[in-house]
Design a protein around this ligand. Structure first.
Ligand code: UFG
Length: 327
């Protein structure tokens, strides 16, 4: 298939691009490199472009005779979305609607969309099944939920086939250790812990120790980035006109912040200095996916069933790239 991957030079995008290419697809990456990295994708498939630039986007869709779009390009920092909602509504919502319109004009009707567990807000119960109400508690979650709704309407009205994959906590790196997670600024727990192990940070702060969880710290479902990539490719292969796939995507296992730190210590063989701090606003206590639906309907099976092997791949990447792609 001829596929355009927006945001393909980013963390999850670059792992998906590699897997799509390995399976023989004709892949084009459309990325403005504001968050993505040139070194994360093969030079011959990279188009440096912005979703705001409609003419450039049109050209990319037409000249490469694109048949489907895998749409990663978005901002994804929850805290920032609260402080600067305009940035999130403009990019994640307006630019995505523009992309969908360009696709429609060119008769492209297949999309795999990066959604998020943040569309659920604070869930009534865990694990999260797809039937739970979606009540986002921040602009990031809303920007993604609006696109889910728009895609449902495009599927009904125009016969689009789409998948919206609601990621839980993406983690890990390519087992080869040559592509991995590199955000600036970094806000995610696992890279911050590993940077502390490497001596780049004095300590890791635990955001809240009084949650109603097993040890008082927040619980999350960490899913390996290659298992996420695999889900995109499976979904893409099964899209038919009118298919509306909405899936929660995690491994169905919850790890507390303290457990994540302990596993990082085991994997690296080094002690992590810790400081207990207050809660971070907007953090739900516990987010664990039920991946039952995607397993049943698409036959998705995660290769990484526990955090330890996921952490090992992340550690390999951080050791070989202590300064990320700049190393
Ligand atoms: N945490 C710390 N200390 C840190 C960083 C994080 O204690 O220095 C905690 C957080 O409070 C949270 C957990 O570690 O409880 C995981 O935090 P991350 O920032 O790594 O990930 P989030 O769960 O906040 O974010 C993820 C995705 C978002 C998505 C969100 C949904 O990265 O894109 O889940 O809630 F929107």
């Amino acid at each position: 298939m001829r596929i355009l991957v927006t945001g393909g030079a980013g963390y999850i995008g670059s792992h998906t691009v590699r897997m799509l290419r390995a399976q023989g697809h004709d892949v084009w990456v459309y990325d403005n490199l504001s968050m993505g990295h040139r070194a994360a994708v093969p030079a011959e498939c990279l188009i440096v472009g912005d979703l705001k630039d409609g003419d450039h986007l049109d050209h990319a869709l037409l000249i490469h005779r694109i048949e489907a779009v895998v749409h990663f390009a978005a901002f994804a920092a929850v805290g920032e979305s609260v402080i600067h909602p305009a940035k999130y509504y403009q990019n994640n919502l307006v630019n995505t609607l523009n992309l969908m319109e360009r696709m429609r004009r060119h008769g492209i009707s297949k999309m795999v969309f990066s959604s998020t567990c943040a569309t659920f807000g604070t869930p009534e119960r865990v694990p999260l099944t797809e039937d739970l109400p979606q009540n986002p508690i921040n602009p990031y979650g809303w920007s993604k939920l609006f696109i889910e709704k728009a895609l449902l309407d495009y599927a009904k009205a125009y016969g689009w086939g789409f998948a919206a994959l609601r990621y839980f906590n993406a983690a890990g790196a390519s087992p080869a250790g040559d592509i991995g997670e590199d955000h600036d600024p970094e806000t995610h727990l696992i890279p911050l812990v590993l940077q502390t192990v490497l001596g780049q940070r004095p300590k890791i702060e635990i955001f809240g120790t009084d949650y109603p969880t097993k040890d008082g710290t927040c619980v999350r479902d960490y899913i390996h980035v290659d298992d996420l990539a695999e889900a995109h490719i499976l979904a893409l292969g099964k899209l038919q006109p009118g298919s509306a796939f909405l899936y929660n995507l995690g491994i169905g296992q919850g790890y507390s912040v303290r457990e994540v730190i302990r596993i990082a210590e085991q994997v690296t063989g080094r002690k992590v200095p810790v400081q207990e701090g207050p809660r971070r606003p907007g953090d739900p206590a516990e987010l664990i996916a039920s991946p039952a639906r995607i397993m049943k309907e698409l036959g998705w099976r995660p290769k990484y069933l526990e955090l330890e092997p996921i952490m090992e791949t992340a550690w390999r990447w951080h050791q070989s790239h202590p300064k990320g792609y700049k190393s």
